[in-house]
Write a protein that binds this ligand. Structure first.
Ligand SMILES: *Cc1c(COP(=O)(O)O)cnc(C)c1O
Length: 493
């Protein structure tokens, strides 16, 4: 029988491709005497069964992974306007430097005398980041933004405890990223949620009435998750400091400010950076990131151990003698490979390039917002590097923001963030980043406008999208709870 579509549409697991005896490598004959493994390893450490590994040739491996990479969306394939996540393109030069054998083959147990180059790279990265944020000291150890926040909250605690007054509460605006309140709870503080004003900003008056002797400080993302610059931040910092509190900036949105405004100058005491967002190291899917935390001088004694310092001889050393430190927060020195990528990115762009990054990110978002705002409303107005649109005008056709997001996939675009921040009904949060061309932004805007038309003319069509993806509409709750990704070889349990 002739098939209409003889091209295979499924992708077998690599284990299913396995055939006994197939090989992708050839190992040369040993040029030293061989001995049976039993003579070299204790019996208890020997496997009873050979490992269950796929036996495949090199081209099968390459085709397998190329094929599954095409079943997914990624930033090397197309536009990725996932608001809040800053999915900018990751230049390949970052990968080249991260793979240099002198960096990639280091072992964390090597003595500091043998890894001076790596320590220098970390030192210089720290210096550049400190200059970018206007702070005095930094730790590169945290593995992500959320862990940077936790370090920040623990610094709040260490600082206030040292003043003899640990305090109980941390104030967070209602627009905040979900990790902010989660972090505050994890660090043992109570969350006080502050309602944003009609411009989507923190209101100094409302803050003043929430402040008190039991408030350890404020966590304030800037620009916030609506993309709005907190223009009262200096006044806010003054009020918080007068009440004896500290100012923490969630710096995940630094892409909008870089080279233009510095958290340290705005009155913040602590800021975390997401190297995997602003500084272009790959992220998504839970891969390794880095969330350095930079602080003003008065918080330096509490930073995680060890602190990288200059030694007397001009070399680099690790300082473990900080009795007031909150301790270690990550194995060894953090995710070193991510640090190398961020270092490369900053050195490649230089001072001017970094500044233009932020300005282009804001310009791209202004362009995208201007093209869409006649159709999709902006309840809090245009943001800086990202804007939060509302899809509620589609409700009368029975179409929801989720349907728009699904239909966008047919255009080869990753869906924007939806239903966040919670204070915007039917939210669509789009962040173009600076790495996209005007053509790409136009393509995206035209897709968004076309979908709005489709939703009015044929709501069912949009509600059944996507049509062109490897899988259509998944039961997302089930896919999360019982993902079908594990392959069990026949006969195993
Ligand atoms: C991404 C993000 C975080 C969390 O950072 P992770 O590195 O994912 O842990 C926190 N706050 C904001 C505003 C973010 O966008």
């Amino acid at each position: 029988m002739k098939e209409k579509n003889p091209k295979r549409t499924d992708s077998p697991l690599i284990f299913e491709r396995s055939r006994p005896g197939r090989r992708g490598t050839a190992v040369p004959e040993p040029d030293v005497p061989t001995r049976p493994l039993e003579e070299l390893l204790p019996k208890a450490m020997m496997r009873k069964e050979p490992p269950s590994l796929p036996e495949v040739s090199e081209n099968e491996v390459v085709r397998h992974f190329t094929e599954i990479s095409l079943m997914n969306h990624h930033v090397d394939r197309g536009f990725y306007p996932l608001g809040s996540c800053t999915m900018k393109y990751n230049p390949k030069v970052n990968e080249q430097t991260a793979r240099l054998p002198g960096l990639a083959d280091l072992h964390p147990f090597q003595p500091t005398s043998a890894v001076q180059g790596a320590l220098r790279l970390m030192w210089e990265l720290g210096e550049m980041l400190k200059e970018i944020v206007g702070m005095d000291e930094i730790t590169l150890q945290p593995a992500a933004g959320a862990q940077g926040e936790l370090v920040g909250a623990l610094l709040f605690r260490a600082y206030h405890t040292a003043q003899g007054d640990p305090r109980k509460k941390i104030i967070i605006p209602d627009s905040a990223h979900g990790t902010n309140p989660a972090t505050v709870r994890m660090a043992g503080y109570e969350v006080v949620t502050l309602k944003s004003n009609e411009e989507g900003r923190m209101d100094p008056g409302a803050l003043e009435s929430a402040l008190g002797e039991d408030v350890a400080g404020v966590m304030l993302t800037n620009p916030n998750t609506l993309g709005k610059f907190e223009s009262d931040v200096e006044e806010i910092a003054r009020l918080v400091h007068e009440a004896g509190g500290l100012m923490y900036m969630d710096g995940a949105n630094l892409n909008a400010l870089i080279g233009v405004a510095r958290p340290g100058d705005l009155g913040y005491d602590i800021v975390h950076l997401n190297l995997h967002k602003t500084f272009s190291t790959p992220h998504g899917g839970g891969g390794p990131g880095a969330g350095p935390v930079a602080v003003k001088e008065h918080l330096a004694p509490y930073l995680p151990l060890p602190i990288l310092t200059r030694a007397g001889d001009g070399g680099y050393a690790l300082d473990w003698e900080r009795p007031e430190s909150i301790g270690k927060v990550h194995g060894f020195w953090g995710n070193f490979g991510v640090l190398v990528r961020a270092y490369t990115y900053i050195r490649m762009l230089g001072r001017d390039g970094m500044r233009r990054t932020g300005m282009a990110a804001v310009l791209n978002n202004a362009y995208m917002s201007a093209r869409l705002e006649g159709t999709y409303s902006l309840p809090y107005g245009r943001g800086m590097h990202e804007s939060v649109f509302s899809g509620s005008f589609l409700k009368e056709h029975g179409v929801r923001t989720l349907d728009v997001a699904k239909r966008l996939l047919d255009f080869g675009v990753h869906a924007p963030t939806v239903y966040f921040p919670l204070i915007v009904p039917e939210a669509i949060m789009a962040e173009p980043t600076e790495t996209e061309t005007k053509d790409e932004l136009d393509r995206f805007c035209e897709a968004m406008l076309q979908i709005a038309e489709e939703a009015k003319a044929d709501p069912e069509f949009v509600k059944n999208a996507p049509y062109s993806t490897p899988v259509r509409r998944l039961d997302e709750a089930l896919a999360n709870r019982r993902p079908n990704v594990r392959y069990r070889p026949e006969g195993s349990d």
